[in-house]
Design a protein around this ligand. Structure first.
Ligand SMILES: NC(=O)c1ccc[n+]([C@@H]2O[C@H](COP(=O)([O-])OP(=O)(O)OC[C@H]3O[C@@H](n4cnc5c(N)ncnc54)[C@H](OP(=O)(O)O)[C@@H]3O)[C@@H](O)[C@H]2O)c1
Length: 272
């Protein structure tokens, strides 16, 4: 089966494409350079030229802080860009996988969010991801796959950012944001299993278990055997214009392994 992937050089894209290839899929990788999703004509021409049987849309404007101020750009990529892809999928009857986020929820629950729970984003990034979901729902064949707190070997993320810090200096990490850290390789495997099932709908794919950002930081330094001076703080102590959900654990029906086990596997393969 031929699958076209958007954002193939992103953190998830770089882990997803090899996993798809290992499973026997023919993969068409597209990047901002080869297919800027905000360019409607280009999107149509490239998709028609390759004629894929499925599209996996991972490309996104992902900087949550900057999205608050660069609203036009975030909207252009996450909403208009997604609509451009949806329009071609509709015309050509191509099923679409849309990667979405735990940030579509407001974090006011204290039990894991189910796929059918009502989204209510508290920041602009979350709003654009939800608007993307809404346009994808206009298709008859779609998979919306929400995930959370991604880290991987390619690109910048919470783990790599922490490991780059000077461990002798005080590092403040919030202990009042709870979520499920998820390794991009486990998400990639989850995506492959879901598309193999051909059961369309909304899915939550994340590693199991819930942890605060502070507890995750403690685990990161412990696993990498670094003595770091990390200090817990509250979200309100940080100077940020962005509201974040305080609890964004997704209910994955226990289908994915525990985040600590996944993180140890990730660390074993890390070369930084
Ligand atoms: N990271 C997380 O914690 C997290 C959590 C939940 C959900 N997600 C979702 O998971 C997906 C993958 O995230 P990620 O962490 O892998 O993101 P990422 O590393 O930031 O990758 C995003 C990719 O999208 C590309 N892109 C941006 N604008 C584009 C455009 N106009 N046209 C084509 N490509 C464009 C980027 O290209 P450039 O490199 O050229 O900019 C990059 O390759 C996203 O949909 C994100 O919303 C992420």
């Amino acid at each position: 089966m031929k699958v076209l992937v958007t954002g193939s050089n992103g953190m998830l894209g770089q882990d997803l494409c090899p996993v798809l290839e290992d499973e026997g899929y023919e993969v068409v990788e597209t990047t901002r350079k080869s297919m800027d999703i905000t360019d409607k004509d280009k999107v149509e021409n490239i998709i028609l030229a390759h004629n894929p049987e499925l599209i996996i849309h991972t490309a996104a404007y992902t900087d949550v802080e900057k999205a608050e101020v660069e609203r036009e750009e975030a909207h252009l990529v996450n909403v208009t860009g997604t609509r451009n892809i949806v329009q071609v999928c509709k015309k050509q009857n191509i099923p679409l996988v849309y990667i979405s986020s735990d940030f579509v929820f407001d974090g006011e629950k204290d039990t894991p969010y189910k796929p059918e729970d009502r989204p209510h984003p508290v920041n602009y990034y979350g709003q654009t991801k939800l608007d993307g979901e809404e346009s994808v729902k206009g298709l008859s064949k779609y998979y919306i796959i929400r995930t959370s707190w991604l880290y991987g070997h390619h690109g910048s993320n919470f783990v790599t950012k922490l490991l780059l810090k000077n461990p002798d200096e005080e590092i403040k990490i919030v202990d009042d944001q709870i979520g499920s850290p998820t390794w991009t390789v486990d998400l990639a495997t989850g995506i492959v299993n879901i598309i193999g099932s051909e059961k369309y709908g909304i899915y939550h794919v994340c590693n199991s278990g819930a942890v605060s950002r502070f507890e995750f930081a403690e685990e990161i330094f412990a696993v990498f055997d670094i003595k770091a001076n990390i200090v817990p703080c509250k979200t309100s102590d940080l100077q940020s214009n962005v509201k974040r959900p305080k609890y964004s654990v997704l209910d994955n029906h226990g289908r994915y392994r525990n985040w600590e086990i996944a993180f140890r596997d990730f660390a074993t393969l890390a070369d930084f």
